[in-house]
Write a protein that binds this ligand. Structure first.
Ligand SMILES: NC(=O)CC(=O)C(=O)O
Length: 275
């Protein structure tokens, strides 16, 4: 099993046109591959502006949707693992915020439906209610590669430590998080939350945002980043369209876990004790 590999994060701008978004995604994935990446990731809602008025209009069904077919053929064409950010997915009468993950032969390896819906109302900041149009998923998601076990969650899911701990206990070593924090929560919590989840689970965390688009109703923060199992930021973009890469080193992860054995030192019985 190779002990390191290169990860590519495609921070593309999301426009009102789905066609333009698919072209940007294709171009960015091609560029990430030319930089030597074998696992490539796109942002949350990369084919659709982030808004309840857009989700039903841009939603696609598996496997016939245009974006879904594009992702499968991109993975096959470049022979890569592709975490297809997320898109609005229609399944009968429900809509989900879903990530489709494809392997090097273009087969679907996993699908994650955002579990924690972003229903918030921050005074002087931002109000959003995903549950006006979306339904929640109900499970954790991970898949295996020749390099390591990879977990996938979407944006607000990262704020729930119990959820990430479940994934860590299933053996994930890298979390891929398509995400779109905003101009209120991004500056306050983006880096802190990614570093905290990486540190407490001793995993790599890669969070992929859309580039900041000041014309959008919902303005994404940008700053896609990768953190190490030690809680450091390995690489971070600014707010512009960028491709960033990171070499994920599984020997380093093992060393951190050996020297500071947090997962082994858990006292589950104490945590479950009901007084
Ligand atoms: N957009 C989200 O799902 C989450 C977010 O912006 C935040 O947690 O902050």
């Amino acid at each position: 099993m190779p002990s390191s590999f290169r990860l590519g994060l495609c921070q593309i701008t999301v426009e009102p046109s789905k066609d333009i978004n698919l072209l940007s995604a294709k171009e960015a994935v091609k560029n990430a591959v030319s930089l030597g990446c074998s696992l490539v990731c796109l942002p949350e809602m990369f084919n659709c502006p982030y808004g309840n008025n857009f989700f039903p209009l841009y939603a696609e069904e598996f496997p016939s949707g245009e974006t879904i077919k594009t992702l499968a053929s991109l993975a096959r064409e470049h022979s890569i693992y592709l975490v297809g950010g997320s898109i609005p997915e229609r399944d009968q009468t429900n809509l989900y915020n879903s990530s489709f993950i494809f392997g090097p032969n273009g087969d679907l390896l996993a699908q994650h439906r955002k579990v924690h819906l972003f229903d918030i109302d921050i005074e002087g900041g931002i109000t959003f209610k995903e549950s006006d149009t979306l339904s929640p998923g109900n499970q954790i998601t991970f898949f295996d590669t020749p390099f390591c076990r990879v977990g996938v969650a979407i944006c607000y899911d990262i704020r729930f430590p119990e959820f990430l701990r479940l994934m860590a206990l299933k053996g994930i070593q890298l979390l891929i998080l398509p995400a779109a924090f905003n101009m209120t929560t991004g500056p306050a919590h983006w880096e802190l939350t990614m570093r905290a989840r990486a540190l407490d689970n001793q995993i790599y965390v890669a969070a992929i945002s859309p580039a900041r688009n000041p014309q959008a109703d919902y303005i994404a923060y940008g700053h896609s980043l990768v953190t190490t199992p030690w809680g450091e930021v390995l690489v971070q973009a600014d707010e512009k369209p960028r491709i960033i890469t990171a070499d994920i080193d599984l020997d380093y992860l093992t060393k951190v876990r050996q020297q500071l054995p947090l997962l082994k030192h858990r006292r589950e019985q104490v945590y479950c004790d009901k007084k």
